[in-house]
Design a binder for this molecule. Structure first.
Ligand code: MG
Length: 253
């Protein structure tokens, strides 16, 4: 794998890829409502990929069977869409989604509420989202991946939440997962030094309770062992000499 610094041409393609990815992700999130199944959301995402002439990035990746990962409530990551998984009022759902455009990947995730959720859950989602931006603020050339992880972890720990240890952020480019790993914990100065031209995905995956997770028999879906909620937000970032540039734009609509 290794770390790849992107050429101006690659960066231009990635900007377009990430803009399309974000538009589709937002349209899929707008479809979320009580009564819809996660498979319907997946089919909608796949249709939008066809319409926009981009390739779903996750389908077939290490055998993953769908276009989006749908992780509901206490599911942590990599939930497989299904007709049997019907969303209910008060649920939360993380929709993780990637595409390929002209050989380059775009990858981002949002967790959204289904109908009306409790104030406690609303706060949880706001805080996990905020931890992403705390991490992004540290994505500066000369800092390390440890700066990012430390910013994420120190923010969420104050609420009693826990970063998941098994799944981390990552470099991205011609492969979905490149070096470096970008954990949601760490110490400033530890890990990999960030350089202009690197593209990374920062993705806090945060449990409301303890960090332990269990993988289900399907081999993909994971859930929290204490049954508490898990939230996940992800942006794809370009490191520049003038600070981080958020390439995925789902928060700008
Ligand atoms: Mg990712």
């Amino acid at each position: 794998m290794g770390i790849s610094l992107k050429s101006p041409q690659e960066i231009e393609i990635m900007r377009r890829a990430c803009a399309i990815q974000s538009e589709i992700l937002n349209q899929v999130c707008a479809k979320v409502r009580p009564g819809i199944s996660t498979l319907e959301l997946d089919q909608f995402a796949e249709k939008l990929c066809t319409d926009r002439k981009v390739t779903p990035g996750f389908k077939g990746y290490q055998g993953f069977p769908a276009t989006i990962c749908t992780s509901v409530n206490n599911e942590v990551v990599h939930g497989i869409p299904s007709t049997e998984k019907v969303l209910r009022d008060g649920d939360i759902i993380a929709i993780d989604f990637g595409i390929i455009l002209e050989g380059l990947y775009a990858d981002a995730c949002r967790t959204v509420a289904v109908g009306d959720v409790s104030g406690e859950i609303e706060k949880f989602l706001e805080r996990v989202r905020e931890s992403l931006y705390r991490g992004i603020d540290q994505a500066i050339a000369g800092n390390t991946t440890g700066h990012i992880g430390h910013a994420v972890e120190s923010y969420v720990r104050q609420f009693g939440y826990s970063p998941v240890r098994e799944t981390v952020g990552h470099g991205i480019g011609r492969r979905l997962h490149e070096d470096p790993e970008v954990p949601n914990w760490g110490k400033p100065g530890n890990g990999t030094k960030l350089q202009a031209g690197m593209t990374i995905c920062i993705e806090p995956i945060i449990n409301m309770g303890g960090e332990q997770i269990i993988t289900e028999p399907d081999g993909w879906t994971t859930h929290t062992s204490d049954g508490k909620l898990s939230g996940h937000f992800e942006h794809q970032i370009l490191i520049t000499d003038n600070g981080p540039e958020i390439l995925t734009t789902w928060d700008r609509f």
